[in-house]
Each structure stands twice: as structure tokens, then as C-alpha cells.
Design a binder for this molecule. Structure first.
Ligand code: AHG
Ligand code: MN
Ligand code: MN
Length: 333
């Protein structure tokens, strides 16, 4: 049984430049994940976790108490590392420069969705945490700028998620494949359980909130009909599975093969998911596992972000399924 800490040290040679820094950053995320695991698993027993926080984030979404708690846990854990120059989060209006007093010798910035799937927390369904790590562009020792956080996803040096499901798992990539670690709460340790994860090239699961169907682009509607068609020799109709937590839906599709879709919809003309801290890290993981991620036209990782909280349509998962939906989208343009 190999622990996450042992694994990270063993793999340090794969990223010589980032070496100690990346190990330190990952251990901060690991610590935050353990705290969140503890709090999420006690959610019904205390009044400060379930329910609304009574305020909105900059995107106009009502924050849950756990959104705020998760954000604070991540911010505190990351701020404690000298390697991290700045932080951006779904729950923060602006980027945050860590330690504005003394110049840190910090090369990295982190973006996070501290609590993904927060509508599921009150009903005891899986939620997650997503993180994305970039090398800063601004000079070391200065304050971070927005430019450091608005890099295309292909510049990520690491990304991953924690899924708080029937067990808690941490899954990450540093650009050399994807590895998954299962948490043993009795020991307080993540152990390597899913080495070298790959997404099946093709799959039979499609995940989409079909409530938005009427306003989906024509190509996406056609693809959904294709998924539902009776063609037993090709394994169709496919199975529909939608949890409503990107992390959990992605995780299932990675293990079993499938496609996750959040297209343009009536209340979300650009899709709902945020490019910088939802789509990009998942796209990096998907590609590293042999899958694909697109906004319907472009590779997600090639998009140059313009705004911190920018949204993007998102189609991600098994290579053949993503290619298929893209071909329908292109045909209907
Ligand atoms: P968050 O809780 O971080 O705001 O993210 C929720 C996202 C994503 O996790 C999920 O797949 C999607 O929103 C669900 O949206 P719908 O309820 O519109 O399907
Ligand atoms: Mn989210
Ligand atoms: Mn969130």
C-alpha cells in the first residue's frame, strides 16, 4: 500500500523544476481534503454545514454554508505554503494575492472550485473539490496579477479533484497520466488505489441535465436522440446517468466510459461551467486519461480565458463519444 505522500515523492523526478514546490502544494490540498472529508461526513450532525449561507457569490449564485467553509479551508491550507503566490476561487470575487507584506519566493498560483455540486450537500449526495495549478507569469516577489490566472488550460502544471463519495478519493495529474488515491479515514491517509487511470475509448453512459433540452444547440439535441435510439447491435440506447456534481459525474464516466455534457442552455447561454476552475482541470485530467474535452468547437485546453469567472459549454469524456457529439455540432452549424 503506497500513500499519496510516498507516491508524490517517488514521482518528483517527473517535474524536476517544480519538485519540492509541487509536493508541498499537493500536501496542502491533501490536508484541506481531509478536513473537508471530516466536515462533510458530519454534515447532518451540526448546524454550521447544511443549508444556505445567506449571501451570494460574484456570479449571483446563493452560497451554501459548505461553499463558504470549503473556500476558507482551501484558502487557509494554501496560504500556509510559501510556494503559492495567489489564489482564485469560485467563491471569491477577485484573485487573492497571498502574503502581500513580505515578498514570497513563490512561483505558483492555484484556482479552485472548493465545493463542486453544492446543491447535493443537503441531500447526502456526492460532492467534490477541484484544483488547478499554474506557474505564474508575473515576476516572483511581486504581487500576482490576473494574467497569472488567465492562462490557457494547456499551461497547467497539475490539476485534480477530490470526490467525497461512498469513499473519498483524490485524483490528480501532473501531465504524466492520472492516478487516484482512496482515503482511509481510520488512518488519515490517502492510498494509491487507482494507478494510471485511463478512460475507455468509447462508452455507453451520457450525462446531461436534459431539463434544458429545448434550448440546447441542434447538434446536441441530435446527439441525445442518437444516444436514445434503439440500435442494440451498437449497444444503444445508452444509459443516462446524471448526479449534478461535475466531479462525481466525471469520475464515474472516467472509470466506466461515458460523456459529460453541459451545453448552452436557456438560463446559461455560454453553458454553466466555469472555464478556469471547472472545465480546464477536468479537461487536463480527461486528456491525460486518454479522453477529450471540447466546447463543441475548440479544444478546451486551447481556449485563452478573458475573465476569471468565464463560463464555457463543456463536452468531456470518452474520445469516441466526444468526437461524435462534435461531429453533430459541426453538421448543424
Ligand atoms: P457548483 O456547485 O460548484 O456551482 O457546480 C455545480 C455545477 C456542476 O457541478 C454540475 O454538474 C452542474 O453545476 C449542475 O448543474 P444543473 O443543476 O444545472 O444540472
Ligand atoms: Mn462546480
Ligand atoms: Mn462550487
Amino acid at each position: 500500500m503506497k500513500s499519496l505522500g510516498e507516491f508524490v515523492i517517488e514521482k518528483q523526478h517527473e517535474y524536476p523544476e517544480a519538485k519540492g514546490s509541487l509536493s508541498g502544494i499537493l500536501s496542502a490540498i491533501r490536508l484541506a481534503a481531509k478536513r473537508l472529508h471530516r466536515d462533510i461526513n458530519r454534515a447532518g450532525l451540526t448546524s454550521d454545514i447544511l443549508g444556505e449561507a445567506g449571501q451570494e457569490n460574484v456570479q449571483g449564485e446563493a452560497q451554501k454554508k459548505l461553499d463558504v467553509l470549503a473556500n476558507n479551508i482551501m484558502k487557509r491550507a494554501l496560504n500556509a505554503r510559501d510556494d503559492i503566490a495567489g489564489f482564485a476561487s469560485e467563491e471569491e470575487d477577485e484573485i487573492i494575492a497571498f502574503d502581500t507584506e513580505r515578498g514570497r519566493n513563490a512561483k505558483y498560483v492555484i484556482l479552485t472550485d472548493p465545493l463542486d455540486g453544492s446543491s447535493n450537500i443537503d441531500v447526502n449526495v456526492s460532492v467534490g473539490t477541484i484544483f488547478s495549478i499554474y506557474r505564474r507569469i508575473s515576476p516572483i516577489g511581486s504581487l500576482v496579477t490576473e494574467e497569472d490566472f488567465l492562462q490557457p488550460g494547456k499551461n497547467q502544471i497539475a490539476a485534480g479533484y477530490v470526490v467525497y463519495g461512498s469513499s473519498t478519493m483524490l485524483v490528480y495529474t501532473t501531465g504524466n497520466g492520472v492516478n487516484g488515491f482512496t482515503y482511509d479515514p481510520s488512518l488519515g491517509t490517502f492510498f494509491l488505489s487507482h494507478g494510471n487511470l485511463t478512460i475507455p475509448n468509447d462508452g455507453k453512459i451520457y450525462s446531461v441535465n436534459e431539463g434544458g433540452y429545448q434550448k440546447f444547440p441542434q447538434g446536441v439535441k441530435k446527439y441525445i436522440k442518437y444516444c436514445q435510439e434503439q440500435v442494440p447491435e451498437e449497444g444503444r440506447p445508452f444509459t443516462s446517468r446524471y448526479i449534478g456534481s461535475l466531479v462525481a459525474d466525471f469520475h464515474r464516466n472516467m472509470l466506466k466510459g461515458g460523456i459529460y455534457m453541459y451545453p448552452q442552455a436557456s438560463s446559461y447561454p455560454n453553458g454553466k461551467l466555469r472555464l478556469n476552475y471547472e472545465c480546464n482541470p477536468m479537461a487536463f485530467l480527461a486528456e491525460q486519461a486518454g479522453g477529450l474535452a471540447t466546447d463543441g468547437e475548440r479544444r478546451i485546453l486551447d481556449i485563452v480565458p478573458e475573465k476569471l469567472h468565464q463560463r464555457s459549454p463543456f463536452f468531456c469524456g470518452s474520445k469516441k463519444m466526444v468526437e461524435k457529439v462534435m461531429s453533430y455540432i459541426q453538421e448543424e452549424k
